[in-house]
Design a protein around this ligand. Structure first.
Ligand code: SF4
Length: 481
């Protein structure tokens, strides 16, 4: 596993990386470590660097969290060592703080209300300021380097006579993206930030409740989907049932990350009331309506661009064809995050089928282009396999800015669309033609009322003011504040 590389971006497969997946369960009479495990298993795409589960019995919190995939961190005997019907789980890709064991979540914190465990998806942009303020106000000592430690400490030390008051206080102070699962010794608390940037949903399971980043995790567990949490909502689940409050003081217009719709979330998850697979089909159809081109077959870059390609093919009335086979057993593709290993990774991952491709005009669909490493290598492969023409349609707009809300994009220098025109990119990647979806087309496809999604990485307009470029290792220098 890759350790800290200073401010080097560890993203290796030319796709943006979601920060984390979270799950929480309160199911009386059941051992929820298994529930959390299978929930995390379904959310593995949201983070592959570390995994952790915390459960509570009586006064004791049991915790297991370390680097590795969910299946590497947990075995049957580990789960047996995590007793209790109340638990939370977390799988992580680091966007703030290094990729090390000590930042693996859930994180523990203690205060006047006892010990809590916290799992976080998102990115708090004022965490560095809060560390300094909380050191003065609460005497907090920070020993880790992630923004989640700040959140955990804030919930543990914040004033308030109940958890709703504590959550409202925390929402007043935290800026940015945070979907949270928090476990006290007898309660499960779920929080979605006032902008609703990261998803979070609620389900019922065997007389209890489950919360998870995505509905696909609920499906996997056999839970019944109830609803997505509102922005600014806090849920408290305990033996008395479930209670919800939306803190209106902190609530802002909904600004969910539009990249969840394009790429991050599983296609079988429901986001903003719509199945992501169908939204992705509309994205593909929309880019073809904006930029039609003649071709013999439509090819998606597997697996993430398949729904977009299927939607485009239907709109274009050109047959959708599987022309590239993805090696399903390749996980993360890097050894070291340099250009050479990225190129090698693409070859290891994809194999084009000459018999399907030779002599044909291809319309290749990609869900997004970050650096362009993957699409460039894929086009070379397709030409070697005999493609007559390669036209590329991207089912999202050019990525021109970095993300500040929990997604590891690349640095501004690495983002190809921030540094080249579409004509220059067409030549650079070696396509016969290239076109991106417009921002208007994107918003039409996700059926978004104006300003109801964050589109910052495409437009540079973020739902709240941000620093121009964020360093995910920003806390490494300020440890032990
Ligand atoms: S900047 Fe882009 S990736 Fe980040 S939250 Fe906004 S839409 Fe999502």
């Amino acid at each position: 596993m890759l350790e800290n590389q200073g401010s080097i971006n560890t993203n290796s497969d030319d796709k943006p990386h979601e920060e984390c997946g979270i799950v929480g369960a309160f199911v009386p009479g059941e051992s929820v470590a298994r529930t959390a495990f299978f929930g995390l298993f379904a959310l593995q795409h949201r983070g592959q660097e570390s995994a952790g589960i915390a459960t509570s019995v009586g006064d004791k919190i049991h915790l297991k969290a370390r680097m590795g995939l969910v299946s590497q961190v947990f075995r049957e005997e580990t789960l047996t060592g995590l007793p209790g019907h109340l638990g939370i789980g977390h799988t992580r890709y680091s966007t703030m703080g290094g990729s090390t064991d000590y930042n693996a979540q859930p994180l523990l914190a203690s205060g006047q209300r006892g010990e809590i465990a916290v799992g976080h998806n998102g990115n708090v942009i004022n965490a560095a300021d809060l560390r300094i303020e909380m050191a003065e106000e609460f005497g907090s000592k920070f020993i880790k380097t992630s923004d989640t430690e700040v959140i955990a400490e804030l919930f543990a030390k914040a004033p308030g006579s109940d958890w709703f008051e504590v959550s409202a206080y925390a929402m007043r102070r935290l800026k940015g993206a945070y979907s949270l699962v928090i476990m006290t010794k007898n309660q499960l608390i779920a929080v979605r930030d006032p902008l609703g940037i990261r998803p979070l949903c609620l389900g019922t399971l065997n007389g209890g409740y489950v919360v998870a980043s995505e509905t696909a995790a609920l499906d996997n567990l056999g839970a019944d989907f109830v609803r997505e949490l509102e922005n600014g909502e806090t849920l408290i689940i305990d033996e008395n049932g479930i209670e919800s409050k939306i803190w209106s003081g902190a609530r802002k217009p909904h600004a969910m990350c539009v990249f969840e719709q394009i790429y991050f979330a599983r296609p079988d998850s429901i986001l903003n009331g719509e199945l992501a697979y169908e939204t992705r089909q509309r994205l593909g159809a929309e880019v073809y309506r904006e930029h039609p081109v003649d071709a013999d077959i439509v090819v998606g870059i597997p697996d993430s661009s398949t729904p977009h390609a299927v939607g485009l093919a239907a709109e274009a009335k050109i047959p959708y064809t599987e022309a590239i086979i993805r090696n399903r057993y390749v996980g993360r593709t890097f050894i070291q995050p340099d250009q050479r290993s990225r190129d090698q990774g693409v070859q290891t991952k994809f194999n084009p089928m000459r018999g399907v491709i030779a002599g044909k005009r291809l319309l290749v669909v990609d869900d997004s282009i970050v650096r362009s490493t993957t699409i460039t290598r894929v086009i070379k492969m397709l030409r070697r396999a005999g493609a007559k023409e390669v036209h590329v349609r991207v089912a999202s707009p050019p990525i021109k800015s970095t993300c500040h809300f929990g997604v590891d994009m690349a640095t501004l220098n690495e983002l190809i669309a921030a540094n080249k025109t579409v004509e220059e990119i067409t030549e650079y990647i070696g396509a016969d033609s290239l076109a991106y979806l417009s921002v208007e087309g994107l918003l039409r496809a996700v059926r978004a009322p104006e300003n109801s999604y964050c589109t910052g990485c495409f437009t540079g307009n973020y739902p709240i003011p941000v620093q121009l470029e964020m360093n995910k290792m920003g806390f490494e220098a300020t440890q032990n504040v």
